[in-house]
Ligand binder design. Structure first.
Ligand code: C2E
Ligand code: MG
Ligand code: MG
Length: 690
């Protein structure tokens, strides 16, 4: 099976080639047929004209004979008939000879023939001695030329066959006649008869078809002229056809050419690549479909110029070309990307070759550094159930290349060179991504997003000191979904801002409700994604949301994930300061999961530090881990910040944290995130049940 594009290209190529060949063959056949028909008609016309004139003389003799028997005829009819010297016979209606030489050479049966200028059908009899003058099935007099030529060769001195014309007189001296000398002619005998005596008798006279040199010349000259004409037409067609094929080749070359690099383009890659994969010998190899992207190409073009960028791309193309063998293909796809099809024995060879390509490409320009992202889709040799290698049958290089691009896209955002391999998990991820994006808006309208609460406890007193609001998605189509599966997608498409506002509002309303019910509430932290910090009025929005719900501001805490701290630092400091001014506590979430957190601590006026769950993964933290945690708590204290430890699951960790002055613990050891009604019960209890 071939991809749609390959089929289209093949169709395009076939159409042109076949059409030209078909037109050429048709022209040749038609020209040959026309030439043969014309020559045949000419010969027939000449022959018929000669027969007609002979028939005139014979019918004249027959009419004299008829008159002699029907009227009171007084003359000597035989003398008149013999006067001309023409041989004749008369037969009765049964074919018996009435008059004439019984050794005559006239055939027994005749055939009716239509001659031009003669009203009635003429009965023609063949001369037995000259059998090459025959009648064909349609009753036409024909001359079997090859037999005649043989006969002439054998009888070229026969005075009966050839006559010499000497100064207008007929001579019978044929001693010098070879074959059709200019003043000789060939005479072929044919018998022609007509019914007389009321159809009771047939008068048959011997006629001769005289073929002169001039007749032959007419036929030959006409044939040659027509032949030359047809040859010219034929040559014109041939030249035209070759021109067509050449111009088709030229347009195919243009069709497959990449103007920027002078190499090949995407169409070529698909067409040649599929042809390569289809070859019998290709079955035993692994192929790697590679999408290669020059990461900084666009920035380079922006800082320099597109033409300088194209110069770089040409170097990239040349460099890739040096790594490609004759069993492989590559093409320039878009300004910054290339398509490769590599043939390798195993994964090790592939890794080595890709490494070599990247390392050479990184060195193509001494003044600038370039990096490359490579997405790879590996095509393993197809095998049957017994493990035998099979010929590739289902080939869709476009799909495979798309898979390679999908793999390459997973490297987006990374600055360094890298290679990503495609596997089916990526397809699943992509599908999930699309489903989440498709359903998220209606989910918000239908209130499918739920707020779960996870309390934070004081490890010394065991009292609840705070809570974190965590989102869950109860979707009728996707089921119950935890945030790890959709928050990154929302952060990517920007929907996170709506979600965070929704969560804030819901938490504010819950707090207000519980307060109105007389329940003593604790501060609830709400996660605010970094995507919000481009909004300069974020602090005001949060303030207004709380005020609208009527919940006191000190009951809300804002959690910023550490990644937020990479964004515009000044804007971040401004928003944090405003939030604090409006009466909100601000915490840094997941502290320790990145690498610039210490730096952030220096500049940000934060209230709370949340130690990342990663510190508490596994059974024990190890000595070094313990030192880091205890020192971080100390550091936070010195900076006037409270600490919360996340992801704490075991008692030893709780004891350790309590000992080192950690203010709160949020973890499964105390409680998992829970729905609001369950949380309210816990809130009423206040104290942890541990
Ligand atoms: P996070 O803000 O760091 O939340 C803490 C995560 O750790 C929660 O996962 C919680 O269930 C989990 N956790 C707490 N204690 C333990 C423990 O002892 N063991 C283990 N294994 N896990 C524990 P969750 O609810 O799945 O949330 C994951 C992340 O999703 C959150 O991490 C937060 O970054 C994000 N997220 C959740 N809700 C929202 C939201 O409303 N807005 C935004 N922007 N992000 C949210
Ligand atoms: Mg959080
Ligand atoms: Mg966290």
């Amino acid at each position: 099976m071939k991809s749609k594009n390959t089929k289209k290209i093949e169709k395009m190529k076939k159409k042109h080639g076949l059409l030209a060949i078909f037109a050429f063959i048709l022209t040749c056949v038609v020209a040959t047929m026309m030439l043969s028909y014309f020559v045949y008609s000419l010969v027939f016309y000449l022959l018929e004209a000669k027969l007609s004139s002979e028939y005139e003389s014979i019918s004249y003799m027959a009419r004299i004979y008829e008159q002699s028997i029907s009227e009171d005829y007084e003359g000597d009819v035989w003398a008149i008939l013999n006067e001309d010297g023409r041989e004749y016979i008369i037969r009765d209606k049964n074919g018996n000879l009435l008059v004439g030489d019984k050794d005559n050479t006239c055939s027994e049966d005749g055939d009716l023939v239509k001659l031009s200028g003669i009203d009635c059908d003429v009965e023609v009899f063949i001369d037995k001695e000259y059998p090459f003058v025959t009648l064909d099935r349609e009753g036409l007099v024909t001359v079997r030329m090859l037999d005649l030529l043989d006969y002439i060769q054998d009888h070229r001195k026969d005075p009966e066959l050839f006559l010499l014309i000497d100064d207008g007189d007929v001579s019978t001296d044929t001693s010098n006649v070879l074959f059709f000398e200019s003043d000789s002619y060939l005479r072929l005998p044919v018998w022609m008869g007509m019914k007389v005596a009321g159809g009771e008798e047939t008068f048959i006279g011997k006629g001769f078809v005289y073929i002169r040199m001039s007749d032959v010349s007419i036929v030959l000259i006409t044939t040659v002229i027509l032949g030359i004409l047809f040859f010219i037409i034929f040559m014109l067609f041939l030249v035209n056809m070759i021109g067509n094929i050449k111009s088709q080749k030229r347009s195919m070359k243009l069709f497959f050419m990449d103007l920027a690099t002078g190499g090949h383009n995407r169409m070529w890659y698909i067409y040649k690549g599929e042809a390569l994969l289809k070859k019998r010998s290709s079955a035993s190899y692994q192929y790697a479909v590679v999408s290669l992207l020059s990461v900084k190409y666009n920035t380079f073009c922006m800082c320099h110029s597109v033409s300088e960028g194209e110069e770089i791309i040409r170097k990239v193309s040349d460099c890739i070309g040096r790594h490609i063998t004759r069993h492989e293909v590559f093409a320039h796809e878009s300004p910054e990307s290339f398509m490769l099809l590599l043939r390798v024995k195993d994964q090790d060879e592939l890794t080595g070759r890709l490494g070599a390509i990247i390392s050479d490409l990184e060195k193509i320009d001494n003044n600038h550094s370039f990096t490359y992202h490579l997405g790879v889709s590996v095509l393993l040799p197809p095998r049957d159930v017994n493990g035998r290698v099979l010929r590739r049958r289902y080939i869709d290089l476009e799909q495979d290349y798309n898979n390679a691009v999908t793999a390459r896209n997973t490297l987006n955002g990374k600055e360094d060179s890298g290679v990503a391999y495609f596997d089916l998990k990526l397809v699943e991820e992509r599908k999930w991504h699309d489903q989440v994006e498709e359903h998220c808006r209606e989910a918000l309208v239908n209130q499918e997003f739920l707020v779960y609460y996870q309390p934070k406890y004081d490890p010394v007193t065991g009292l609840m000191r705070g809570t974190e609001a965590l989102i869950r998605w109860q979707s009728p189509t996707l089921g119950f979904v935890s945030p790890g599966k959709f928050i990154p997608i929302f952060e990517h498409n920007g929907f996170i801002t709506e979600i965070d506002h929704y969560m804030l509002e819901r938490v504010a309303m819950d707090q207000k409700k519980w307060m109105d019910e007389g329940i003593e509430c604790v501060p609830i932290s709400v996660n605010i994604s970094r995507a919000h910090f481009i909004e300069s009025d974020l602090a005001e929005q949060i303030r207004d949301t709380m005020d609208r719900a009527g919940a006191p501001r000190n009951l809300i805490e804002i959690e910023l994930t550490e990644s937020a701290f990479f964004d515009d630092k000044n804007a971040l400091i401004k928003t944090i300061s405003k939030l604090k001014e409006y009466g909100f506590a601000v915490s840094m979430d997941d502290f320790g999961s990145g690498y610039s957190s210490l730096n952030s601590l220096k500049d940000m006026p934060l209230d709370i530090l949340k130690l990342d769950a990663e510190f508490f993964r596994g059974d024990g933290q190890g000595e070094r881990g313990k030192i880091v945690v205890s020192e971080t708590i100390k550091l936070a204290r010195s900076l006037n910040m409270r600490t919360v430890a996340e992801g704490v699951e075991i008692k030893e960790q709780v004891d350790f944290l309590a000992e080192h002055g950690c203010d709160m613990i949020q973890g499964f050891y105390y409680a998992k995130p829970m729905p609001a009604d369950e949380y309210v019960k816990k809130l009423a209890e206040k104290k942890a049940d541990k």
